[in-house]
Design a protein around this ligand. Structure first.
Ligand SMILES: Nc1nc2c(c(=O)[nH]1)N[C@H]1C(S)=C(S)[C@@H](COP(=O)(O)O)O[C@H]1N2
Ligand SMILES: [Mo]
Length: 534
């Protein structure tokens, strides 16, 4: 048996499990130490998942840390994530967290090649991060903390146990004993790995099954008593490259702060309307569904949409007018905002002046394009308000509406640098040809969108290079609560060209060409595309 004289001077052997450097405290090889860290972390995560089954899916440490990270991220980072990864930003965050956890786990092992204490401490620290994350989520119950606490305890125990088994080999008196302790360690490691994958996997599967797909499917179609007027023929120019007038649910843009999509069964959903009201309302989903349901075609857009960006979509929303709901509650004078809260603790403040007139078109929606709301679009109920950017008006998974003053309550995005009032700005976009497209010389039909909700679009103009503004043909009009499509035949000579578009709203005001960033209240500027005709 080769044995070095002093602790710390040992060189770990390649295939060897450990390098017994001192009789007191054998030194583990790097790979074995790292493996112990990884297994302990896997066990910790699995324990957290299993406990989350009982105390709520949001309590699972990875979900809680993901959600907390999104909330805690500085505004510039969030904006960057949305811009760089779009709707894949959650997947990127999850992958990032996976890599960080893996490195952390390996580090925990590597700093504990002799004594378990440093690594166990690091595992405990990771558990503590989970505990803090859960504690910051006000929407999770008090028991939720048990999930990361279980992870912490489970992770530390498994770490110490495997560490002890691995070191046992260093204490072995002879080859036979060494072989035996090696087998014991390998078996224990394999058991932990299998157990973590099996229990973690089953728990994850059950957490997924606890979702609301069943509740949503049971509702069937959502049929309005008063359907929206049919979309007239010629409202879109799909053949010329515009999107369809009504965005299919699967293609509707999605923006929210939820790391895991909130799961609120319709049967359990309650909406409380309270604060500065004459009568507090407590509504169930059935209460809403039994009312005469209205359908309205509404275009929604996000304040984070860059000029020419994709965060705009249109759907037929079914529900009840918010103006009716507010009239029923009886809004007291002095109330300034409707402060709405979602089941996952997100909040928005809507200027009451934009909600109380039935003509504003704002709704509490339960249906989207004939279906119950898709889960990621707010099932079972959300707000929608034409003419206001989503962050001040379109709370998904909404469970609470408080009528209050601006001074009393500050919504989520206001503390992060965005404006209190955010009416939609007049905008237009070129959908065809795309940026950097190659087009044939001669006749090209360009097409796109324009919007200025709640104002109507009365004109769209397009120019080639620095030529004169040309009037585009407008699609059939639906209403001031929706976008309007346009197309225009152009003649392009060989070479590079820049196409620019701008819209005019019903007040006769052309869209400003002045460039403004998305913060604090929405981008302005003309959309241009550079194309090559050949
Ligand atoms: N609960 C909740 N509701 C929310 C948000 C959110 O983060 N959480 N984001 C808002 C924003 S910024 C927009 S633009 C719209 C987007 O709605 P959609 O995802 O259905 O398109 O939802 C709004 N409602
Ligand atoms: Mo948004």
């Amino acid at each position: 048996m080769s044995s070095s004289a002093e602790p710390g001077s040992a060189i770990s052997g390649g295939g060897q499990g450990l390098d017994p450097s001192s009789a007191q405290s054998p030194r583990l090889s790097g790979p074995i130490a790292a493996l112990i860290g990884v297994l302990a972390m896997a066990a910790a995560l699995a324990v957290g998942q299993v406990i989350a089954l009982f105390v709520g899916a949001g309590a699972a440490p990875v979900s809680a840390v993901g959600d907390a990270a999104i909330d805690a991220a500085p505004a510039w980072l969030k904006d960057f994530a949305v811009r760089a990864f779009g709707e894949a930003d959650r997947v990127v965050l999850l992958l990032g967290m996976g890599v960080v956890l893996l490195l952390l786990a390996m580090l925990a092992g590597l700093i504990s090649r002799q004594r378990p204490f440093p690594g166990a401490t690091l595992v405990a620290a990771a558990g503590l991060v989970g505990i803090v994350a859960v504690l910051t989520r006000s929407e999770l119950g008090q028991l939720a903390v048990l999930a990361p606490l279980g992870s912490l305890v489970g992770g530390v125990l498994v770490f110490r146990w495997l560490h002890r088994l691995a070191q046992a080999r260093g204490y072995a008196a002879d080859a036979a004993e060494r072989a035996l302790s090696r087998r014991v360690f390998l078996r224990a490691s394999g058991g932990v790995a299998l157990g973590a994958v099996a229990f973690g996997g089953i728990a994850q599967w059950l957490l997924g099954r606890g979702d609301v797909t069943g509740s949503r499917a049971e509702l069937g179609r959502v049929v309005p008593d008063q359907p929206a007027p049919a979309i007239p023929p010629g409202a879109d120019f799909v053949d010329a490259g515009t999107p369809p007038f009504i965005t299919p649910n699967a293609d509707f843009y999605r923006v929210d702060t939820a790391f895991v999509v909130p799961q609120v069964p319709a049967e359990q959903w309650r909406l409380r309307v309270h604060g500065m009201v004459d009568r507090e309302l407590n509504l169930t989903f059935e209460d809403i569904r039994r009312r005469p349901l209205r359908e309205r075609t509404i275009t929604m857009s996000c304040v984070s949409n860059e000029v020419g960006g994709p965060y705009i979509s249109t759907a037929d929303f079914t529900g009840i007018p918010l103006a009716d709901l507010l009239a029923e509650a009886g809004v007291r004078s002095g109330a300034e905002q409707l402060f709405s809260t979602s089941s996952d603790g997100y909040t928005a403040g809507t200027d009451l002046a934009r909600l109380r007139d039935p003509a504003d078109g704002a709704m509490l929606a339960i249906g989207m394009n004939g279906q119950p709301l898709p889960v990621e679009h707010g099932f079972p109920a959300r707000m929608v308000a034409p003419g206001l950017y989503g962050y001040v008006s379109a709370t998904k998974w909404v469970v609470d509406m408080e009528l209050t003053t601006w001074a009393a309550r500050t919504p989520y995005w206001l503390t992060r640098g965005w404006a209190r009032e955010a009416p939609v700005k007049t905008q237009s976009r070129i959908d065809f040809p795309a940026e950097s497209a190659q087009v044939p010389v001669g006749r090209v039909v360009a097409s796109g969108l324009a919007w200025a909700m709640p104002r109507r679009i009365t004109e769209v103009q397009v120019r080639v290079d620095d030529g004169p503004w040309l009037r585009a043909e407008l699609g059939a009009e639906v209403s001031g609560h929706t976008w309007r499509m346009w197309r225009i035949p152009l003649r392009l000579g060989a070479g590079e060209h820049r196409l620019t578009c701008r819209a005019v709203d019903e007040r006769g005001q052309p869209q400003t060409g002045e460039l403004a960033p998305v913060t604090p209240d929405g981008a302005t500027g003309w959309h241009t595309v550079q194309v090559t005709a050949s």
